[in-house]
Design a protein around this ligand. Structure first.
Ligand code: XUL
Length: 543
């Protein structure tokens, strides 16, 4: 029996993953990864990136991503995966990162030699050797300038779906234009991580989809076109350097002969535009209707939900992106996700098992020990200078620190996600750390909502594979509804539901208020949180 296979690729901060799904009667999902630090050590990245001493400038190497693509496909061949039966491919990229290319990029893509590795042939196409990625927070000045030209914060949010953010592509492009005009003017095309890798597979410049395009401060969120005012506020002649925009579900062509000759893909394999990791995860985790939300616990922690209508966050912390269905999604993003959890784990030389054991044996509320975990500059709330603040405990209290980091992450998420939180019936969990049930128990108690965890933790790659299957079936007149499609793949996975413990509702309702006091004390010169913290301790821990 010939099966219909679909491939979803995910170029995330730390790895490149390929997820293959079989969409015929016998549904199946399998995943393979290349870890950048381990398998491409010559690039000398740490957790996939290069970080400047002050933590503000964070770049990665686009050559590493394309070398990883060849490595992954070689792995597929060694594993005898049925590449010739793949009907369509799409992908997912860490959002906001930009790749700067000269005018030889497209001509080289059109004549790639399948006997040579991609990276050798594409060595000279970059006008900027490294790419700023989502962890970069070095463009505060440019954010201010663009926001000011666009008429202030509210106008910027209404126009582009988000306030200007340091990591967003527009401010990053403006920084290059201001600081290195020569590199900027030598650049013929600026891609996102997603559209860059999509171009490699396509063999010519790929469009940017509305999901990832919304993370640039350059796209009009209503018309889904590049916005003249935003472009002019960012850098001159920008329109001619940007690829076109497209619906996430459009078929953009067939796979480049390079991959047909080298890896035996069928020449008619369809390509669907890549999108950002979060829009892809929305599909991979099955959020195609309202009243459900997801938490993604990866290098970045995100909280997101599907939205039928435009709804922006005028408090300026959240983002409105396009959803791959053609609708919208609301999202908040934290930089202190898995790398911050790892910092605490490593500080006390713990294994993840020992880390979880501490979470099991320490009490909800942590005896009033509260942490503001800004190990890295933070996005929500905006913290440019990294520093960890501890209330009521010291740096060497292992148990206090372990519970405090996890409680802090979800208290902050609860506090800052209110604008997108239409009382979800259930929250779906994805990302590497979602396998840690103790972490999810704390999340369930803090949100007072059921949390469902699925087998597949890379929902971005799965989402990309499902998106490509939807576009393929639509293209052959076999239309399938989004919800029906995602449900088929959610139903074949095992899932665990974590139910909140009602005993802790009041405790966390109170603790979120104390947490907020601590946050505003440190970041906004708010009142001293200590009396409130002491009251909390007295109420729940009796001394
Ligand atoms: C979202 C964001 C991160 C990156 C990397 O706005 O910056 O989630 O997409 O995962």
């Amino acid at each position: 029996m010939i099966m219909d296979y679909f491939l979803g690729l995910d170029c995330s901060t730390q790895s490149l993953t390929g997820t293959l799904v079989d969409s015929s009667q016998t549904k199946s999902i399998s995943s393979y990864s290349i870890n950048f630090d381990k398998e491409l050590p010559q690039y000398k990245t740490q957790n996939g990136v290069y970080i400047s001493n002050d933590g503000k400038v964070v770049h990665s190497d686009p050559k590493m991503w394309i070398e990883a693509l060849d490595l992954l496909f070689n792995k597929f061949v060694q594993l005898n995966l049925p590449l010739e039966h793949i009907k369509a491919i799409s992908g997912s990229g860490q959002q906001h990162g930009t790749v700067y290319l000269n005018n030889s990029f497209e001509s080289i893509l059109k004549k790639l030699d399948s006997h040579q590795p991609l990276v050798n042939q594409l060595e000279n196409v970059f006008t900027r050797k490294t790419s700023p990625v989502w962890m970069d927070s070095s463009t505060t000045k440019e954010c201010e300038e663009i926001r000011h030209t666009l008429g202030g914060m509210e106008a910027t949010i209404k126009l582009t779906g988000s306030n200007t953010f340091e990591r967003f592509s527009g401010p990053q492009i403006r920084k290059l234009f201001k600081q290195n005009y020569e590199e900027y003017s030598n650049t013929s095309v600026i891609h996102l991580v997603s559209s860059f890798l999509s171009s490699i597979l396509l063999g010519k410049n790929s469009p940017i989809d509305h999901g990832d395009g919304a993370g640039m401060n350059l796209m009009n969120i209503e018309t889904k076109q590049w916005d003249r005012r935003a472009l002019d506020a960012t850098a001159p002649h920008l329109l001619q350097k940007l690829p076109s925009l497209t619906h996430s579900y459009e078929v953009i062509g067939t796979i480049s002969p390079y991959f047909v000759e080298k890896y035996d893909f069928a020449p008619d394999t369809l390509l669907i535009p890549w999108s950002g990791d979060n829009p892809n995860s929305l599909i991979g985790i099955g959020l195609t209707t309202e009243r459900k939300a997801a938490i993604s616990l990866g290098t970045s922690d995100t909280y997101f939900a599907y939205l039928k209508q435009i709804s922006v966050d005028l408090s300026a912390e959240g983002h409105l992106f396009g959803a791959p269905t053609g609708d919208y999604m609301g999202l908040i993003c934290y930089k202190n996700g898995s790398l911050a959890r790892e910092k605490i784990k490593d500080m006390f030389n713990l294994s993840w098992k020992a880390f979880s054991a501490i979470l099991r044996t320490t009490p909800p509320g942590n005896y009033g020990k509260i942490m503001l975990p800004y190990f890295f500059p933070e996005i929500v709330p905006l913290v440019l200078k990294p520093e960890v603040y501890r209330f009521g405990f010291s740096e060497d209290d292992s148990e206090g620190n372990v519970r405090a980091i996890i409680e802090a992450q979800f208290l902050s998420m609860r506090l800052h996600s209110e604008w997108v939180r239409e009382e979800p019936e259930e929250i779906y969990a994805t990302g590497g750390a979602s396998t840690n049930i103790e972490i999810l128990e704390i999340a369930a108690n803090i949100f007072n909502t059921n949390i469902r965890q699925f087998d597949i933790t890379n929902s971005a790659a799965l989402g990309a594979a499902l998106r490509s299957s939807k576009s393929y079936y639509d293209s052959i007149g076999n239309e399938i509804d989004w919800t029906e499609l995602v449900d088929q793949f959610l139903n074949i996975q095992k899932s665990v539901v974590i139910i909140p413990d009602k005993r802790y509702i009041a405790l966390y309702n109170d603790m979120v208020k104390v947490y907020q006091k601590c946050e505003s004390y440190i970041l906004k010169n708010g009142e001293d949180p200590e009396p409130y913290r002491q009251e909390f301790i007295k109420k729940y821990f009796g001394n």
